[in-house]
Design a protein. Structure first.
Length: 97
């Protein structure tokens, strides 16, 4: 998901090259990875927010819309049913077989 965000690779490169540590190669690698992890967490929170909470909110909104839609369809069907029944009562009943 991150790699699909425009400019992410440039930002990652900037973060990686921006931190300078001294020590052995393994220490520098570990320190850079630790710093990068912190920056990635913060960036992820700022850019994507709480994805799970947003997903739950959208699903709840969708369920509410489905319920409202179903209720509206039932109300329309009932009105159509009444209209059809009224038309049936006023028609010529002698055409029944």
């Amino acid at each position: 998901m991150w790699l699909k965000v425009e400019g992410f690779k440039d930002l990652l490169k900037l973060w990686w090259e921006g931190d300078n540590f001294s020590g052995s190669s393994s220490f520098i690698l570990a320190a850079k990875l630790k710093a990068l992890k912190s920056k990635l967490k913060e960036w992820n929170k700022d850019v994507f927010g709480r994805v799970e909470a947003r997903k739950d909110l959208i699903l709840n909104q969708f369920e509410t819309l489905e319920t409202l839609d179903a209720l509206a369809l039932e109300a329309l069907f009932t009105e159509e049913e009444v209209y059809g029944a009224l038309l049936g009562c006023s028609g010529n009943k002698s055409t029944r077989a």
